[in-house]
Design a protein around this ligand. Structure first.
Ligand code: AOF
Ligand code: ZN
Length: 396
């Protein structure tokens, strides 16, 4: 019998370990988990290590792709013989107990005779949250949670996944490029990009890890972006992120880069409830999907918030917001930006170019993060709403 806990985060009853070897090997599971990005989407990235009490690593595994083996099963499959009695299975996420696209990991763990399991963070999915560890303990297996600093890192590693389950909306990372004075463009038609190739390559990595890449109609009209994953990562991105345009009045050009490629990579345009019907028809003929927000009502969410809730319901965990200053400001104003990545390019631009003031709260938050060199540019990455701060994310 598997005991069920009423507490969705039932893991609070699982004691923590702070042993050096446990820390080291949990760390390893977090590294292994990253190998599952971007293929695992919308599942969490998860890594697992099977090791003896002396620290000999017997097997490793990670969740490669949605619908395929979970990290625990991949790891146990990597170890041919009996599991030694002193072995521990380390996992970056609590083992699941439910039948989803794959069978429960707890079954495999119990069947293979694993005697000790250590995991880094809980799983916010209500289909399984807390139940896996409870099942393992009921089967006589010693179960431990990792130390809270590792738990926080593991939660952040799957921020979008936890965000959808705990907040009902995707994790939003805003990305923009600006001059040292906060301008987003130079006004020079010959200069399409502010940033250099290293920064632009990094953006493709960010896109590949996101379920959706979003911009506003202002950016779509001004820059005619494609918002696709290009370069070496494209081949490793089995489900390219959906392109989402916030376009209240359905002004997206039918012959622009987005609409023209809608048959290759989905484009979803989000508009007001009363946007022109003939524009919707024309966009649909191009293969563009149109989503109308509900009619405004007192207390109803703004278009960005309503769009995010809709995207979460469609299985989008992470949104990369590649917006211009106006939409960025609107998202920041509604407190909808969870992380900010600003590329500062060493380029001059006249003050009349669009941008954000250097004392804008979003710019301040981004620039407060340490700068990393990115070719000739500097990249600032700030976490504004860490996943461990979501209500109910931490086990205690
Ligand atoms: C684990 N280990 O490696 C992952 C887990 O549809 P399924 O069967 O793939 O189940 C997906 C759910 O399982 C996902 O929403 C999350 O709760 C959990 N993911 N669990 O024990 C793993 N990827
Ligand atoms: Zn599982």
């Amino acid at each position: 019998m598997s005991p069920h806990t009423d507490d969705c985060r039932g893991a609070a009853t699982v004691p923590r370990t702070d042993a050096g070897l446990d820390r080291l090997l949990l760390d390893r599971t977090l590294d292994l988990a990253e190998l599952g990005r971007p293929g695992a989407r919308p599942n969490p990235v998860v890594g697992a290590v099977l090791a003896t009490a002396g620290g000999e690593v017997l097997a490793t595994g990670h969740h490669v792709r949605r619908g395929e083996a979970h990290a625990e099963r991949a790891c146990l499959a990597d170890h041919a013989g009996d599991v030694p009695a002193d072995a521990t299975l380390y996992v970056s996420l609590e083992p699941c107990s439910h039948h989803g696209r794959t069978p429960p990991c707890t079954e495999a763990i119990i069947e293979r005779g694993v005697q000790r399991v250590v995991y880094a963070s809980g799983d916010a999915n209500p289909d399984t949250a807390g139940r896996g560890p409870a099942q393992l303990m009921a089967a006589g297996i010693e179960v431990r949670r990792g130390p809270s600093d590792i738990e926080r890192r593991a939660l952040q590693q799957n921020a979008g996944f936890h965000s959808v389950h705990l907040r009902g909306r995707p994790y939003v990372t805003a990305k923009w490029a600006m001059t040292p004075t906060g301008r987003f463009a130079t006004g020079d038609p010959e200069r399409r990009w502010l940033t250099g190739p290293e920064s632009r390559g990094f953006v493709h990595y960010l896109r590949a890890g996101s379920g959706a890449v979003m911009c506003g109609i202002g950016t779509a009209l001004a820059d005619d972006p494609r918002l696709t994953v290009r370069g070496p990562l494209a081949a490793r991105t089995p489900d390219p992120p959906m392109r989402v345009v916030l376009d209240r009045e359905l002004r997206l050009p039918l012959d622009g880069g987005l609409a023209r490629t809608a048959d290759d990579v989905p484009v979803l345009v989000c508009c007001r409830y009363d946007a022109p019907a003939e524009r919707e028809l024309a966009l649909r003929e191009r293969g563009v999907e149109v989503w109308r927000a509900p009619a405004p009502a007192p207390g109803a969410p703004c278009l960005p918030a309503a769009t995010l809730a809709m995207l979460a319901a469609r299985g989008i965990n992470d949104v990369l917001l590649e917006a211009g200053p106006r939409l960025l400001d609107a998202f920041a104003d509604a407190d909808l930006v969870d992380a900010a990545i600003a590329f500062v390019a060493p380029v001059d631009a006249p003050d009349d170019q669009p941008g954000l003031a250097l004392d804008h709260p979003l710019v301040q938050l981004a620039l407060a993060a340490p700068g990393e060199p990115s070719g000739d540019d500097t990249r600032h990455a700030a976490v504004i709403h860490p996943a461990w701060a979501f209500p109910g994310a931490l086990a205690d």
